[in-house]
Ligand binder design. Structure first.
Ligand code: PLP
Length: 373
């Protein structure tokens, strides 16, 4: 059966060039980067060249890139150390963040008694900057944590604008950029965000590797203790093949950015047109979403909601209803719950997420399959 993969916000297919780099490093650069002999030094060199290429792509310095096991770890580290070590006693975030942020903030609130405020959202899912400014006017040591690109709706944050607001109010700014890194450019020389995080498997790299950008002199302390790797900020022997694969994936993503963005935008537009042509009453959740994600409400009865993913899976189509970590759950998405009316929330919503590996034929098959629901 033909497989159609339209779940690229959950994870992406690895690029063949990345696989090639990784197997080469795994086979040949097997030294421990902390060892002083030549094999160790060679592995260290792969590690540092990878760090440099990531830093170059994001316009920051290499020491500001710290490798972690994933985006979740990087978010946890930054938020926890901000409270524990930088003495942040107020976090402003939003109810539509990924659980890697939301659950961490709740845990920190419980453990440290910090004040947590959730910024108001506009009906289209974007944050209300006036409310953010009002929340920032309190005399507290504050960190703002707002995601760049929402993983369920594709709604974008004006990251540069929010960075300016945070600076004006002396607040630290952390942005979960897991969905945007590799899909759009980000110039960290121009955008004064303090911390961002990324995850390689979202941009056609391997799973189990990510990084944090931590602006120079941040004062962050490690989450756990061990060796001196990553300047003592992240102990544990570095997975050199994963890191080299991540750097390769990011380099290729940015080299092909224009071409692949055009292709993906065209596919999303085609998908919207086809859905509108074949179904009355399609509603898009989250206005002006970025090209990689389309979250649509389908005009099906409530009883069909439970069957939707199963039906599509039987047709060989991989899509999702919310974030992958929740798609096995029958609970409505916490993101859609914030922006939809109760009536709309009961209708089946589908998150279709694209990559350059998709074709119009994939979308035709999706639409055909939905018609037989
Ligand atoms: N943040 C966002 C916005 C995500 O979409 C995800 C992955 O679904 C994560 C964080 C977690 O990343 P990782 O899978 O690398 O832990």
């Amino acid at each position: 059966m033909k497989k159609v993969y339209l779940d690229n916000a959950s994870t992406t297919q690895i690029r063949p060039e990345v696989l090639e780099t990784m197997t080469d490093v795994l086979a040949n650069e097997y030294g421990n980067p902390s060892s002083t002999h030549s094999l160790g030094r060679q592995a260290k060199s792969v590690l540092e060249l990878s760090r440099k290429s990531i830093a170059k792509a994001l316009h920051c310095t290499a020491p500001e890139i710290i490798f972690t096991s994933c985006g979740t770890e990087a978010n946890n580290w930054i938020l926890r150390s901000a409270v524990k070590d930088l003495k942040i006693d107020h976090i402003i975030t939003s109810k539509i963040e990924h659980h890697a942020v939301l659950h961490t903030v709740l845990a920190l609130q419980k453990e440290y008694g910090i004040q947590v405020d959730y910024v108001a959202l506009k009906p289209n899912g974007t944050i209300d900057k006036t409310d953010l400014v009002a929340l920032l006017s309190q005399e507290k040591k504050t960190l703002v944590s707002l995601m760049h690109l929402n993983n369920e709706t594709g709604t974008l944050l004006d990251i540069a604008g929010v960075a300016v607001i945070c600076k004006e109010h002396n607040a630290l700014f952390h942005s979960d950029t897991v969905q945007s890194i590799g899909k759009m450019g980000l110039n960290l020389e121009l955008v004064s965000v303090d911390f961002i995080v990324a995850s390689a498997h979202k941009f056609h790299g391997p799973k189990g590797i990510g990084f944090a950008f931590v602006r120079k002199n941040s004062g962050l302390q490690p989450l756990f203790y061990g060796g001196e790797q990553e300047k003592g900020l992240r102990a544990g022997t570095e997975p050199v093949h994963q890191i080299a694969g991540m750097a390769k994936a990011l380099t290729i993503s940015y080299a092909n950015l224009e071409e692949e963005t055009t292709l993906i935008s065209g596919l999303k537009q085609y998908c919207i047109e086809q859905l509108q042509l074949h179904f009355l009453d399609i509603k898009i959740n989250g206005a002006d979403a970025f090209n990689t994600i389309l979250n649509v409400q389908l005009p099906f009865s409530e009883d069909k909601t439970a069957m939707l993913l199963f039906h599509l899976d039987m047709k060989g189509i991989a899509v999702s209803r919310g974030s992958a970590c929740q798609s096995g759950s029958s609970k409505p998405s916490h993101v859609l719950a914030e922006i939809l009316s109760d009536a709309d929330l009961k209708k089946p919503s589908l998150r279709i997420s694209f990559s350059h590996y998709n074709t119009k034929a994939d979308i035709d098959w999706l639409v055909e399959s939905l018609k037989t629901m």
